[in-house]
Design a protein around this ligand. Structure first.
Ligand SMILES: [Zn+2]
Length: 281
């Protein structure tokens, strides 16, 4: 699942490699992938890619002539740059942008659902686009103080993943950040004291920053289908906590899992398995 660090390294790598390249043609083989109709995809023909940047977990591919492609990977999308043309049988392709030097920028999506999307927009309309306009401040590199931001009666686990509250964190990195801050995923935002809010902000900056540094060392083009995420806690339930050696536990939800260390984060308390408690109702 691509989150802020994964989107950041992808934007850096593809931006550096594709800047200056000219678009030959563009297609949207995905049924629901293209969520805009004006300007049409043909408006991309002959345009040069100027840069690729990240906003939250979205990409903005900026082209000359004031055009931009806004891309949301959702949970299973990838933005990839290839040296060769896609086979028509690449069923993962949602959007293909063919460059006149023979390379191809592709929005691909794995799994059965088609949820990743792209919009072709005038560059000055990107910040007004609904998804972008509703984003909270960036979680990295310099988020604002978290105390006022998280002053809500919802658990940290939900607040930190709410893109309207703070942008860029998802199910993987939230586990890492809360573990680094030694805070319970179920602690309510409104119950944070000043020290805890500072600790959480520092942990957010540190964990996301370390991940980006890791990818800077490890990730080269083409961006692999599956990025090897440097996670110490998420999906490591049953393994020893990297800080205290206690056993990492998990709470299972329908289609995802939350991991934490009872000793470091919940005063030794075990959290209920949400799957099981629902079945027992
Ligand atoms: Zn621990």
């Amino acid at each position: 699942m691509p989150e802020l660090p994964e989107v950041e390294i992808t934007a850096r790598r593809i931006g550096a490699a594709a800047a200056g390249a000219r678009v030959e043609s563009a297609f949207a083989p995905g049924v629901n992938a293209l969520r805009s109709f004006d300007p049409p995809l043909t408006a991309l023909e002959g345009r040069r890619i100027e840069r690729v940047r990240r906003r939250g977990k979205l990409f903005v591919v900026e082209l000359d002539d004031q055009l931009a492609i806004l891309i949301h990977l959702m949970s299973a999308g990838r933005l990839q740059l290839f040296g060769t043309r896609a086979s028509l049988r690449d069923r993962a392709s949602r959007l293909l942008v063919r460059l006149d030097d023979g390379r191809e920028l592709r929005l691909r999506e794995f799994g059965t659902k088609q949820r990743a999307w792209a919009k072709l927009l005038p560059a000055d309309a990107v910040e007004r686009e609904e998804t972008v306009a509703e984003l909270g401040p960036e979680a990295w590199p310099d988020p604002p103080p978290l105390m006022p931001l998280l002053d809500q009666p919802r658990p940290l686990y939900a607040l930190l993943r709410d893109q309207h509250v703070i942008a860029g964190i998802g199910r993987s990195w939230v586990d890492e950040i809360l573990h680094a801050a030694m805070l319970s995923p179920f602690k309510r935002g409104a119950d944070l004291d000043a020290d805890e809010a500072d600790r959480l902000r520092e942990a957010t900056i540190a964990r996301l920053g370390e991940a980006i540094e890791h990818y800077e060392r490890e990730i080269k083009l083409p961006i692999p289908d599956k990025l090897p995420m440097p996670l110490a806690v998420h999906r490591r339930n049953g393994e020893p906590c990297p800080r205290c050696g206690d056993r990492l536990e998990a709470v299972f939800y329908e289609d995802y899992v939350m991991c934490y260390c009872p000793s470091c984060q919940t005063e030794g308390k075990l959290m209920k398995d949400r799957r099981l408690s629902r079945l027992l109702k």
